[in-house]
Ligand binder design. Structure first.
Ligand code: ADP
Length: 424
């Protein structure tokens, strides 16, 4: 038994001496009774310097006070708030360095007294590593935050660039569409002009040949005996020149319309006087025995629109009625004028328009098959329709081949507020 005890003691001593952790034994007054080499190495003292001294010498001031408080509280209340628990504390080395350690404290009740053993584990390195980790973590977090911010900025910049690119694409598409439509217009105009040249060279030939033969005849007639015949040739020349002028005027109007240069310039004018003058002007074109009768179905005379545009419209309709109607026929013009606007009907008993071709009537260069041997450009009605539109009106017709045609124009009092009138 004795041998067993001394072996036990030996073992305890060995453990005490060889323990890597520091072991300090104090009494209930806090006086250090025993301290192992590891604890001495941790605190940097020799056994002689610490044994018999209060444990508080190994603690920084604030901890030392706490420890004293704790021991005195323990002595009076026996309340063991830290016994048996591991906790982290700070120690004070001989050289004044403060360092962190973990302590496991236990109370040992001997026969004569109570002692406390403290197992001390220096955690400076662990703390240091922890601090390094914390530091690294903080740095990492900062880096992540910084990167996130950079990324957000890059995303924002990318979005901005993307938006600008989108806008640029839209701009380019618009520009391309504009170019395409300009090109299309240009091509149309080019095609229209070459068609006009082809048409004009054909249409010019007839009046020019007419003029030439009339001049030859006039030269042959002597002044006294052939006065009447001479006058007939002069009239032929006049009519041919008028035809040429009409062709050129049609083309010029058409060109101006294409370029958007024609605008409605409305003024107030007396419509009755105006239409009477127009009929007189167009009467020069009448064929033998043709009559133009005007039926005026209104009391009011004042109207408001562009008189130049209207003149072009009505002259075109009147001259067509004359051109496409035979001799000795009556052409009737009916006018109605009230607060809604002006209605003009031009009724002829001429060749009419073949039913199957009527859909093309307002197309440029359209000429019905039954009009082949009558001079014309096929531009007049297209211009008429565009002019009527400029005056915010409408135009339609009824026709039966071989019986005649009726063209109806309606024009409102021009509303200057609705449309912007600028220079023609
Ligand atoms: P143009 O008379 O110079 O040929 P327009 O554009 O005025 O050109 O008319 C187009 C076509 O419509 C004419 O060629 C003709 O076939 C037909 N047309 C126009 N007005 C009449 C009408 N009053 N009677 C019969 N045909 C008409």
């Amino acid at each position: 038994m004795k041998r067993y005890e001394s072996e036990n003691e030996l073992l305890a001593k060995e453990i005490f001496a060889a323990s890597v952790d520091g072991i300090i034994i104090i009494n209930d007054l806090g006086v250090i009774e025993t301290i192992n080499p590891s604890a001495l190495a941790i605190f940097g003292y020799t056994a002689r310097e610490v044994i018999g001294k209060n444990i508080s010498m190994l603690m920084p001031k604030n901890h030392a006070r706490q420890h004293d408080d704790y021991l005195s509280k323990y002595r009076t209340t026996r309340e063991k708030s830290i016994i048996g628990k591991g906790r982290e504390l700070e120690g004070l080395k001989k050289d004044g360095t403060i360092f962190p350690f973990r302590i496991a404290l236990s109370e040992v009740k001997l026969k004569s007294k109570t002692i406390f053993t403290g197992f001390i584990h220096d955690i400076s390195e662990q703390k240091q590593a922890e601090n390094i980790l914390l530091d690294l973590k903080e740095k990492l977090e900062n880096k992540v935050a910084e990167r996130t911010e950079n990324l957000a900025q890059v995303i924002e910049e990318t979005q901005f660039v993307n938006q600008q690119l989108q806008e640029e694409i839209v701009r380019r598409k618009d520009a391309e569409a504009d170019m395409q439509s300009a090109l299309k217009k240009e091509l149309e105009l080019g095609e229209m002009k070459s068609r006009f040249v082809a048409m004009a060279s054909h249409e010019f030939r007839t009046p020019l040949t007419g003029i030439l033969s009339s001049i030859t005849l006039i030269e042959k007639y002597d002044a006294v005996h052939h006065e009447e015949k001479k006058q007939k040739q002069v009239d032929r020349i006049r009519s041919s020149v008028k035809n040429l002028t009409t062709i050129l005027n049609d083309f010029l109007s058409f060109d101006k319309l294409q370029a958007g240069k024609i605008k409605c310039k409305a003024v107030h004018f007396d419509f009755t006087t105006y239409i009477t003058d127009l009929i007189e002007e167009v009467s020069q074109l009448k064929k033998t025995g043709q009559e133009i009768e005007l039926i005026k179905n209104h009391e009011v005379d004042e109207f408001f629109t562009d008189p130049l545009l209207l003149k072009n419209v009505l002259l075109n309709l009147f001259s067509n009625a004359i051109k496409y109607t035979g001799e000795n026929k009556v052409i009737t013009v009916i006018s109605e004028l009230d607060e809604k606007g002006l209605k003009v009907k031009v009724i002829d008993k001429g060749i009419g328009i073949p039913k199957d071709e009527q859909v093309h009537l307002f197309e440029r260069f359209f000429r019905a098959r039954n009009a082949n041997n009558i001079q014309g450009t096929g531009l007049g009605l297209n211009i008429v329709q565009q002019y009527v539109k400029l005056m915010e009106g409408t135009i339609n017709f009824e026709s039966k081949e071989g019986e005649g045609s009726t063209f109806k124009v309606f024009l409102p009092f021009y509303n200057t507020q609705r449309t912007n009138t600028t220079d023609q």
